[in-house]
Write a protein that binds this ligand. Structure first.
Ligand SMILES: NC(=O)c1ccc[n+]([C@@H]2O[C@H](COP(=O)([O-])OP(=O)(O)OC[C@H]3O[C@@H](n4cnc5c(N)ncnc54)[C@H](OP(=O)(O)O)[C@@H]3O)[C@@H](O)[C@H]2O)c1
Length: 300
């Protein structure tokens, strides 16, 4: 069973993908019980006719017992200017949720989706003392999707012609698009862009959510697909390589912080942390990003 904490926009979009692909049974746990039940009732009509999966809703955390995967998409409100705007309320919320997950699902793999992503991933792991390989913050893969989209628009090409578009670091303003690895039809993109182009694309990647917010209330489908891919990799024991937030213990020279770095995911959670070679500027920006997240954690 997959338990999804929070049946708002993101939680329901993830559940819809899981259900239509018959991945596993879904349980929504939402603060407002009627919303959990209502969303489950709606999505239950999307279960394929030949499928055995089920979907239900509750406000009772004890029902998550036995879940192999728990996805946290709960949110206490909507931020307007920065993902860290509601940090105190979100940290209080994740502490409460982490106690319940620890009590009812001590062996689960936990995917953190709620913001501020890296801070909450760190707090969850520290509160529960779950193995850091089982606490995965999902966001850098979404940021990488956005980076790939912006590059495809810049060059007027299909996204499929772009490989290794990777964003590391904070799911926030200090995120680091890694230009040195991106290839277009096999050619290094760094040679096709000048510094000013790179700066513009970096800023557009960091501000993608702000541009989107001018046109719709909040994003849901991109993060849902990226989270679904991770859930499927865990269930199918595929080896999926994506950037995700994990508590670091010396990797990339960082400790006491969680941030987005490339990892390999399989049925056990994070099987391997991948340390890639970055250029001097990217290394410097990643250090700044790690320090930004650490400062948020220290300010709590
Ligand atoms: N990682 C990423 O890349 C990414 C991308 C997009 C969004 N996000 C984040 O994902 C989160 C969810 O976004 P959203 O648009 O889905 O928000 P939303 O529509 O407001 O849904 C949040 C849901 O969480 C529920 N909730 C609040 N506290 C809870 C608790 N203690 N236990 C159980 N449920 C609780 C709310 O219940 P009520 O019905 O009572 O209000 C609400 O249904 C936000 O933090 C957002 O910033 C992350």
């Amino acid at each position: 069973m997959i338990s999804i904490i929070g049946s708002g926009k993101v939680g329901t979009a993830i559940a819809f993908l899981c259900i239509t692909n018959s991945l596993d049974d879904i349980l929504f746990v939402n603060r407002t019980k009627s919303k959990a039940i209502g969303e489950a009732l709606d999505i239950s009509n999307a279960i394929p006719a030949n499928s055995n999966v089920t979907i239900h809703g509750t406000d009772d955390f004890s029902k998550i017992s036995g879940s192999n995967i728990v996805v946290i998409t709960a949110s206490t409100g909507t931020y307007l200017k920065s993902r860290t705007e509601m940090m105190d309320a979100q940290v209080k919320m994740i502490k409460e949720i982490s106690n319940k997950i620890k009590k009812y699902c001590p062996s689960a793999i936990v995917l953190v989706v709620s913001n501020p992503l890296d801070v909450l991933t760190f707090i969850f792991q520290k509160e529960t003392q779950f193995s850091r390989n089982k606490v995965i913050g999902i966001a850098s893969s979404l940021d990488s999707s956005r980076f790939r989209y912006l590059l495809s628009e810049k060059f007027g090409i299909k996204q499929s012609q772009i490989t290794d578009a990777l964003v590391m670091g904070e799911h926030g303003d200090s995120m680091v698009p890694i230009f040195s690895r991106v290839k277009i039809n096999g050619k290094n993109v760094s040679e096709m862009l000048n510094d000013s182009d790179k700066k513009t694309i970096s800023t557009e990647t960091q501000n993608y959510w702000r541009s989107l917010r001018l046109l719709k209330t909040r994003s849901e489908f991109g993060i849902a697909k990226n989270t679904f891919d991770v859930i499927r990799a865990i269930i199918d024991n595929d080896e999926l390589v994506i950037p995700a937030s994990i508590v670091l213990n010396g990797e990339y020279g960082e400790k006491d912080v969680a941030l987005g770095i490339p990892v390999k995911i399989n049925k056990n959670g994070i099987k391997e942390i991948i340390e890639i070679k970055l250029n001097e500027q990217e290394n410097k920006l990643l250090k700044i990003s790690a320090q930004t997240i650490r400062n948020y954690i220290k300010s709590l």
